[in-house]
Ligand binder design. Structure first.
Ligand code: PGA
Length: 256
């Protein structure tokens, strides 16, 4: 890792995968594999239905828990099917993913909705992991910088840089998610540096402490070269987080 004070974060986004029994086996293997290591943070974001049992199975380990999504409404009320930030906190979460590209594209979450979710998470003390990233068509037409800037600015401009002191950003090029196509370390670093520069233009200290994760087909075999980049502070891992051995390999790449 580069010489900075940013503790690497390796987050597993299980998406809508697994079963109660299979999740138990996965968590048991991760708990055994991580031991007491605190050199990097390991975060699990299981389906909401499994958050509570996962919290129990991992209670004696340093593993942290996060929601894959949360309701933009704060408090409680008539919002059928939604899960509030308070509820995530209640079952042991400290993080919440907001604005994952699957939420944006499949469930129509706009930049404005994502910004409200980001604020809702912080209002109850959850650390939002804000996902940003361009589609293949946007990359090929030279719009990567504009898209990522717009997605960060949707929070930065109206709400100020201070919010990024308690947040994480994940750069996830859509064309690399679940496709087996990873951004090259150089391609990823370029966008990570751009994101850090956007924050640094407002506050250099906050930018220096901000963790920016890379996501998109991260696996044990490519984690090391990605994590070696100066502005890559961890990974948001989908498919490979469902395999204990591979996820532990990614975690180890972050600690080595
Ligand atoms: P992937 O997913 O690792 O399966 O590409 C990453 C993500 O969507 O967070």
């Amino acid at each position: 890792m580069s010489a900075n004070n940013r503790k690497p974060l390796i987050a597993g986004n299980w998406k809508m995968n697994g079963s109660l029994q299979g999740s138990r086996a996965l968590v048991d293997d991760l708990v055994a594999g991580i031991g007491g290591s605190a050199a990097a943070e390991m975060l699990l974001c299981p389906p909401a239905a499994y958050l509570h049992p996962v919290a129990g199975w991992s209670a004696a380990s340093p593993i942290k828990l996060g929601g894959q999504n949360l309701c933009e409404q704060v408090g409680s009320g008539a919002f059928t099917g939604e899960i509030s930030g308070d509820m995530l906190r209640d079952v042991g979460c400290t993080y919440a993913i907001v604005g994952h590209s699957e939420r944006r594209t499949l469930y129509g979450e706009s930049d404005a909705v994502v910004a409200r979710k980001f604020l809702a998470a912080q209002s109850v003390g959850l650390i939002p992991i804000l996902c940003v990233g361009e589609s293949l068509q946007e990359r090929e037409s030279g719009q990567t910088e504009a898209v990522v800037t717009r997605q960060v600015d949707a929070i930065l401009k109206p709400h100020g840089v201070g919010l990024f002191a308690a947040a994480v950003i994940a750069y996830e090029p859509i064309w690399a998610i679940g496709t087996g196509k990873t951004a090259s370390p150089q391609q990823a670093q370029e966008v990570h540096a751009l994101i850090r520069a956007l924050i640094a233009a407002q506050d250099a200290t906050i930018a220096a402490g901000l963790r920016i994760l890379y996501g998109g087909s991260v696996k044990g075999s490519n984690a090391h070269e990605l994590l070696a980049q100066q502005d890559i502070d961890g990974g948001l891992v989908g498919g490979a987080s469902l395999d204990a051995a591979d996820f532990l390999k990614i975690y180890q790449a972050a600690t080595g």
